[in-house]
Design a binder for this molecule. Structure first.
Ligand code: NAD
Ligand code: WQD
Length: 334
């Protein structure tokens, strides 16, 4: 059985659907600090399988122990984390405690219950910003903010833990920019407050919740002066996790891979694609650069193709259409 932590969150909920569709038994766990349990009914509607859910905190070791006592968990997919880059600069201790403290608890429990397979949600943000693009898995790391450091530290904690147990295997998955929503329009990204990320902000302008998009800088050294990122459909990303679990169970080896499309898209290109896919007009203003941003980030995806036999199939147009279906059916989220 697979334990998904952070299961009701954005990527967790989409991965839960793909895991159930692939026939895996799953128990989802979340403390609901950044998600809603209303997602559970939606997962049942999509998969026709009632999801098994435990409200619990990965920082609470005793409560994790009860989950492992109750279910025969042999694999963990660990999404539970705080992820707001700006907040992590204001409240670094909160981020280290939750993200790094959480994984240490979880590994103590994995050790107690001989759980040997672990999939970790890492991020493109671990790469040093001065690396040339596309990013390759063996390039130097060097996060630019406390959130990124928590991801790099968790990777290190896992690598050290691996040395203690030759049967313990980890898939280190470094996500680029997940966007989009399930094709059903039933689950999607549900940011609390003002969205920090581009696609949910565009979607909220389209649905009338915000007046216009502020574009952070028009003078980057890119195709049109706006920032370039590797946007990946969340359902493709979710399938990457199924591929990673299949790999760990079959090959019994650890791996580190980028999960992206390998294609860069600028802010203005994404905005235009959204307008074409949805017929909505998105007013925008170009303002100053956002501190900490970089011009360009996209992945080299050869390793994921080769080792997981996985690649992203959905296009920018699919991402925009699916976000819009989710947003207009659920203008205020869940
Ligand atoms: P999300 O906030 O939607 O999901 C994270 C979930 O974890 C939330 O439901 C939250 O309630 C839960 N959670 C947080 N702390 C917890 C704790 N201590 N105990 C139990 N549950 C807890 O975020 P997401 O976008 O789905 O991200 C999932 C994972 O992927 C995170 O680890 C994130 O760092 C990583 N990641 C996300 C992105 C992205 O752009 N969304 C990119 C790279 C990596
Ligand atoms: C994309 C582009 C912005 C909002 C962040 C985290 C990273 C990872 C994914 C978890 C950039 C521009 C954005 C807006 C804009 N998360 N933009 N106006 O910064 O690549 O990555 O999310 O691991 O750690 O840093 O994504 O969506 O915020 O920005 O112009 O209102 O859109 O400047 O060029 P980013 P993003």
């Amino acid at each position: 059985m697979i334990l998904l932590t952070g299961a009701t969150g954005y990527i967790g909920s989409h991965t839960w659907v793909e895991m159930l569709n692939a026939g895996y038994d799953v128990v989802g766990l979340d403390n609901l600090c950044n998600s809603s349990d209303l997602v559970l009914d939606r997962i049942r509607s999509i998969t026709k399988i009632p999801p098994i859910f435990v409200k619990s905190d990965v920082c609470d070791e005793q409560s994790l122990r009860r989950v492992f006592q109750q279910y025969p968990i042999d694999s963990v997919v660990h999404f539970a984390a705080l992820k707001a880059v700006g907040e992590s600069v204001q409240k670094p201790m909160k981020y280290y405690k939750n993200n790094v403290g959480g994984i240490i608890n979880l590994l103590n429990i994995c050790s107690e219950f001989s759980c040997k397979n672990f999939v970790f949600s890492s991020s493109a943000t671990v790469y040093h910003p001065e690396n040339p693009t596309p990013y390759l898995e063996d390039m130097p790391l060097g996060p630019a903010n406390p959130y990124g450091w928590t991801k790099m530290m968790c990777e290190q904690v896992l690598r050290d833990y691996e040395l203690l147990d030759s049967k313990f295997k980890v898939a280190y998955l470094r996500y680029f920019n997940p966007v989009g929503a399930h094709q059903s329009g039933l689950i999607g990204e549900n940011p609390m407050g003002v969205p920090n990320n581009l696609m949910p902000f565009i979607a909220q302008v389209a649905v009338g919740r915000r007046d216009y998009l502020s574009i952070y800088g028009g003078d980057w050294l890119t195709i049109d002066g706006t920032g370039v990122r590797d946007y990946i459909h969340v359902s493709d990303l979710a399938k990457g996790h199924v591929a990673a679990i299949n790999y760990l169970l079959r090959d019994k080896k650890s791996l580190t891979v980028n999960l992206g499309t390998g294609q860069g898209t600028s802010v203005l290109e994404l905005l235009k694609a959204f307008e074409i896919a949805t017929g909505q007009v998105i007013p925008y203003r170009i303002i100053d650069r956002r501190p900490g941003d970089i011009a360009t980030s996209y992945a080299n995806v050869d390793a994921a193709k080769k080792m997981l036999n996985w690649y992203a199939r959905l296009t920018i147009q699919d991402m925009c259409e699916d976000v819009w279906r989710w947003q207009k059916n659920n203008p205020n989220g869940y």
